[in-house]
Write a protein that binds this ligand. Structure first.
Ligand code: GDP
Length: 442
């Protein structure tokens, strides 16, 4: 996602940054390249035109030309404009003072609406501690009700369903009554999609909206469909005013046009991003962070949030103490490794670190199998061996290698590296710079 665009923008901007001073010609050339990159990423042409016009106007302003470090300023302008193109500040769903807050999900069939309904339920439960119910009103797509029953339960939501024979408008009304009776904080209503926007679909949505009076209407849009997605969003905006977009399938190789155009074309921001089929691959959309990621400036905030959601503070403190004392064991190492891997594929984590984007990331393929191997080796050890690796003698090594499908050398390598790491940690813990040369000689 955004890879090609990211590479091109970064190439253009690093040219600009490399110059001591910038002339109007330099800026015009950069704008041409940016325009092409955006068009190739399938961004709506009107959006591209006004985007480059805005950047150029600001870049030609007195505060850039002839200034010290003008390239940096241009990068900042592009980053600001990308952010505002995607909606400026991050927004969320608004809650009703009198629960339940009702959220209506709309979108075409296959856009990921049912999946997003469950993901949003999980998100609101985890982030806000809300009790959430979901209503299965997609009676049109075969199996949508069964699917919601399954994923809704996985998300920890109560699922209200009445099969597929009743009118979805009636089901929605019934579900709202139940949500009120059961004191739910939030009711998310999944509705039917169609393959194309048609009158029946819009009519049904309007009727459901009348019955449940939603506080927020979210349009689910498939990023992979590019400009089609934006056209669909425009049609929905005319028929049922929605409040925000859930952009799905951002993990695919979509060029990014939909995500960059939808706010400018419909006036409604992207509120959530879905980046995979799993329930936890869903997050609030932050235009500023996305802009920085596209420009290779990293997304440290998201990385920290991901880490915080996985790491337990008490556990971390305890670990830190033991690290200082050199009591860190292979067992601790294993649990750290597992926690880190729960944060997602390493490749995607690296993409959030400044400087690791686009091409650099592609060249730095992380071999997840290497981590599988380390995990397998530690798992083949006894608890005693994990606590006191010095016990691991020749015959134990052979047993561990056999058990983990690795070689004695690989087991050796891991134990040795772990020993070195423990020493470094211990020395750092005592406030000393470790003697690297001495460690290397071991
Ligand atoms: P609906 O017809 O709009 O309710 O669509 P579904 O929720 O059934 O989703 C359609 C397909 O897209 C399913 O196979 C989902 O697993 C998949 N899907 C949904 N969201 C994402 C996403 O963010 N990334 C990927 N890769 N697949 C997704």
């Amino acid at each position: 996602m955004f890879d090609a665009l990211s590479d091109k923008l970064q190439a253009t901007l690093s040219d600009v940054r490399a110059r001591g001073t910038l002339t109007e010609d330099d800026i015009n050339k950069a704008m041409r390249e940016i325009r092409l990159a955006l068009l190739e990423a399938d961004v709506n042409f009107k959006v591209v035109k006004s985007f480059t016009a805005n950047v150029k106007e600001r870049a030609l302003g007195a505060d850039v030309l002839g200034q010290l470090n003008p390239g940096q300023q241009v990068v900042k302008i592009v980053s600001d404009e990308l952010t505002s193109l995607m909606g400026g500040a991050a927004a969320g769903v608004s809650f009703s003072p009198r629960p339940p807050t009702v959220i209506l999900m709309a979108g075409l069939q296959g856009s990921g609406k049912t999946t997003a309904t469950a993901k949003l339920a999980r998100h609101l439960r985890e982030q806000n501690g809300s009790s959430v119910a979901v209503a299965a009103c997609d009676v049109y797509r075969p199996a949508a009700v069964d699917q919601l029953v399954k994923v809704g339960a996985q998300a920890g939501a109560t699922v209200y369903e009445q099969g597929t024979d009743r009118d979805p408008v009636d089901i929605a009304g019934w579900a709202l009554d139940r949500a009120k009776q059961e004191g739910k904080d939030v009711l998310i209503v999944d509705t039917s999609g169609r393959l194309h926007v048609d009158e029946r679909l819009m009519d049904e949505l309007v009727r459901i909206r009348k019955v449940v009076r939603p506080h927020t209407i979210l349009l689910v849009v498939d990023a992979m469909t590019g400009q089609d997605a934006v056209n669909v969003a425009e049609q929905f905006a005319q028929a049922v005013q929605f409040d925000g977009v859930v952009m799905t399938k951002l993990d695919g190789d979509a060029r990014g046009g939909a995500a960059l155009s939808v706010k400018a074309v419909t006036g409604k921001p992207i509120l959530f991003a879905s980046t995979g089929e799993k329930l936890d691959q869903f997050e609030r959309f932050h235009p500023d962070r996305m802009a920085q990621r596209i420009l290779g400036m990293g997304d440290v905030m998201s990385l920290i949030e991901k880490a915080e959601s996985q790491f337990d503070e008490d556990q971390a403190k305890d670990l830190e103490k033991r690290l200082r004392k050199g009591e860190f064991t292979l067992e601790d190492f294993l649990s750290q490794l597992r926690m880190m891997r729960k944060m997602g594929p390493l490749q995607s984590l690296l993409g959030m670190i400044p400087g690791f984007a686009g091409n650099q990331l592609k060249n730095m393929k992380v071999d997840e199998r290497e981590l599988d191997r380390v995990q397998a080796i530690i798992l083949s050890m006894t608890v005693e061996e994990r606590r006191r690796p010095e016990l691991i003698n020749g015959s134990r090594r052979l047993r561990i290698a056999k058990g983990s499908g690795t070689s004695v050398q690989q087991v050796n390598g891991l134990v040795k590296q772990f020993g070195q790491m423990r020493k470094v940690m211990q020395q750092l813990g005592k406030g000393k710079m470790p003697d690297m040369a001495a460690l290397m000689r071991q």
